[in-house]
Design a protein around this ligand. Structure first.
Ligand code: ARG
Length: 455
């Protein structure tokens, strides 16, 4: 491809310029794009039917060689696109040189990257769905398991553990919609945009778009070869997926600590310390939390790469691949391993949870609501219970330990049934407002979650 050049590329420059070390990942997509391109060239008569058949067969053969592992990247090559073209020419002779008719690597790489992104969005959607299924299964098993819930990381009110798992279900559900949305906008075919301005040859862009399963050809050739918005959109969606995974990880790490003790780690998903014989560490959630920063970094890196680029293609765009591939790989790994961890990496310590929900003042709101049900203004009830909590704390007692005389001294509205009203199970179950943690609500939410999963 050295056309006008008299000297070979300096080896240091060649290595710096080459993308073969990472764009090999595009090979299957490059072959899909090339097959569609060649079919179109044959269809419109730019190449003969026999040339088309030979080129398609050659591309199939390259795919075969790649699948068996015989076709491997050579670090001396420039990129995956020229590697395929060179191989095809070795296979077919001069016919191979027709592959690149009416095409530039600029529209080619833009096409490949969209095909890659579309494919991985599907994989990510499946992984999200699998993780959600694990969460729903956990939630189904723990509808009546109660757990302290927090604001400011201070005990607030107990909830059904199912409600907690379903909170993450919602986050991952939004993540799925973001991926679907990203896919909707990337659904155009840049193929046929040429280097930047289109082509003089009578190509049929609608036909290649159709062959590739894109909704339509892109409308502006300059934009088509330089647009990487969908990379940013996917990196942004991945950043939120990792944010959700990282928040879940943080909770699992806290819960596995001796201070919380809500879960214990199983041997299959935890590691020890090389020095401290007693240790068992939550490496899986810690690594997920750690990898989140890496995905954020790729998002910011990509935005920065794009912000100063004049139209149209610039070599800076070659930097899109490592960022995207690493973020996708990392996110897919994290989704997969989180599902494994939730399924077999932890044992929920229900005895500890049952104790935890009875050892604090998280039923105080319910004592106030008890008075509210008798017509006492909430702010007044709030003051009454606040004072009770203060004296109970001073006496080293919990609300449920107070005698009826003490309750009635605080407010004459209390009678014997206050004790039932502040039982943890009642505290949870009474929150029957839509979207709340009451068991009837949780049961409805589970049904709705199962239905959404089936979509
Ligand atoms: N390796 C290049 C990339 O990843 C392919 C496109 C090259 N185009 C060019 N005009 N040099 O962006």
């Amino acid at each position: 491809m050295r056309g006008r050049f008299e000297e070979p590329l300096d080896p240091v420059v060649a290595r710096f310029n080459s993308s073969i070390g990472f764009d090999w990942e595009l090979l299957p997509y490059d072959l899909i794009g090339s097959r569609a391109h060649v079919r179109m060239l044959g269809q419109v008569g730019i190449i003969s039917p026999s040339e088309m058949a030979q080129l398609v067969a050659g591309l199939d053969q390259i795919e075969q060689a790649w699948r068996t592992g015989e076709f491997q990247p050579d670090p001396a090559w420039e990129d995956v696109h020229s590697a395929v073209e060179t191989r095809l020419t070795v296979l077919l002779g001069d016919v191979g040189k027709k592959l690149h008719t009416a095409r530039s690597r600029n529209d080619q790489v833009a096409t490949d990257l969209r095909l890659y992104t579309r494919d991985h969005i599907q994989r990510l959607l499946n992984l999200l769905q699998q993780l959600q299924a694990v969460l729903v299964t956990l939630a189904e098993a723990h509808q009546t398991t109660l757990i302290p819930a927090y604001t400011h990381l201070q005990r607030a009110q107990p909830v059904s553990l199912a409600h907690h798992w379903l909170a993450y279900f919602e986050m991952f559900d939004r993540d799925r919609t973001r991926l679907v949305d990203c896919n909707r906008r990337l659904d155009v075919s840049p193929l046929g945009s040429g280097a930047l301005a289109g082509t003089t040859l009578p190509i049929d862009r609608a036909y290649t778009a159709e062959l590739l399963g894109f909704a339509r050809p892109s409308a502006n050739s300059l934009d088509a070869v330089s647009d990487r918005d969908y990379v940013v959109e996917l990196l942004s969606a991945l950043s939120l997926i990792l944010t959700h995974l990282s928040r879940l990880s943080e909770e699992l790490i806290l819960w596995s600590s001796q201070e919380f003790g809500f879960i214990s780690l199983t041997d299959s998903c935890a590691t020890g310390s090389s020095l401290m014989p007693q240790k068992k560490n939550p490496d899986v959630p810690e690594l997920i939390r750690g990898k989140t920063g890496r995905v954020f970094g790729h998002l910011l890196g990509m935005l920065t790469t794009l912000k100063g680029l004049p139209l149209a293609y610039n070599k800076d765009l070659q930097e899109d691949k490592e960022a995207l591939f690493d973020a996708v790989r990392t996110s897919e790994d994290c989704l997969r391993v989180m599902a494994v961890f939730l399924e077999k990496g932890m044992v929920i310590r229900t005895e500890r949870l049952a104790q935890a929900v009875t050892e604090d003042y998280s039923n105080a709101t319910d004592a106030a609501d008890y008075l509210v049900r008798q017509g006492i203004p909430f702010r007044e009830a709030y003051q009454v219970i606040g004072a009770l909590v203060r004296t109970a704390l001073a006496d080293g007692k919990l609300l449920q330990d107070l005698t009826l005389t003490e309750w009635q001294a605080a407010h004459p509205g209390f009678s014997e049934d206050i004790y039932a009203a502040i039982q943890p199970a009642q505290v949870v179950n009474a929150r029957n407002s839509y979207g709340g943690t009451g068991l009837a609500q949780v049961r409805q939410a589970l049904l709705a979650a199962r239905a959404r999963l089936a979509l």
